[in-house]
Design a protein around this ligand. Structure first.
Ligand code: F6R
Length: 260
């Protein structure tokens, strides 16, 4: 696992957007897995800026979703489908046909989950999966004690996650209890995992993810099992890392051509 400590969220966004741009230059139709929430927004902004400036052509990129709320009416502005279309797909100049995600409004939700896992495999697998991290260590919406081998399925959000996400809704009552999420096993199949964490509120979860034992109690610790996982953290989110100086020195000495 590579840990990169950046001064702030904007630089983290720039760094990851450049890694995505480099991937698209090598593989123009790469399948990019995106996360929602506040953390990745600087990445999407930086990548859209690169596209607008002509620094990368994203016209053949494909975008796929990590998770989705269950039970929000179609077109709800906070459904993750709406968020990804608004924050990622449209700013990159892509259409909805470049996008795939699980159907949180399906009548048979488990069939929709299975269909999504199949669709990801049929699309050739995810080339680069962006991840955020919950204050309780979740990735996607794999809450603590999710199986490390799990596939896309329905999960129940913890009260803490519902409270963390209430800022996107008018009240806590409106935050759905149930979600569809790519499983940890599904996420681990992506070729490159890139987790961005910013702010002091994530420091404990980051330290447990990077330096703690691999444990279902901290779902993000499953990144330790992946051969190409990159964790990008700002100074605040890095504040509880024991090996912070080692991570800084390692990255400072890394040849630029290697990228992430
Ligand atoms: C959202 C997702 C979640 C978020 C996490 C952090 O698609 O997968 O794991 O990444 O809840 O959210 P923020 O970035 O809003 O702190």
């Amino acid at each position: 696992m590579e840990v990169v400590i950046v001064p702030d969220a904007k630089e983290g966004g720039e760094l990851i957007a450049e890694a995505m741009a480099a991937l698209l230059r090598r593989k123009p139709d790469a399948l990019l897995g995106v996360a929602t929430g506040s953390t990745p927004l600087p990445i999407y902004e930086a990548l859209a800026n690169k596209v607008a400036a002509g620094a990368v052509d994203a016209s053949r990129a494909r975008i796929c979703q990590l998770d989705e709320y269950v039970g929000l009416p179609a077109g709800h502005p906070e459904s993750y489908r709406s968020v990804v279309l608004r924050e990622v797909v449209a700013p990159l100049g892509l259409g909805a046909d470049s996008f795939m995600g699980p159907d949180g409004a399906a009548e048979d939700l488990q069939a929709a989950c299975d269909a999504y896992d199949r669709a990801l495999a049929e699309a050739g697998g995810v080339d680069l999966q962006l991840l955020g991290i919950g204050t309780d260590g979740h990735i996607g919406f794999n809450e603590p004690c999710s199986s490390l081998a799990s596939r896309t399925r329905i999960k129940t959000l913890t009260q803490r996650t519902r409270e963390d996400n209430a800022r996107f809704f008018d009240s806590l009552d409106e935050v759905p209890h149930h979600v569809i999420t790519q499983g940890i096993g599904t996420i681990l199949e992506a070729r490159h995992l890139v987790l961005l964490a910013t702010g002091e509120g994530k420091a404990d979860a980051v330290a447990q993810t990077v330096e703690g034992p691999v444990s279902a109690l901290v779902p993000a610790s499953a990144l330790q099992l992946h051969p190409h996982a990159t964790v990008v953290v700002d100074e605040a989110a890095a504040s509880e890392l024991k090996l912070a100086d080692y991570f800084r020195a390692t990255y400072a000495a890394k040849p630029e051509w290697q990228g992430l």
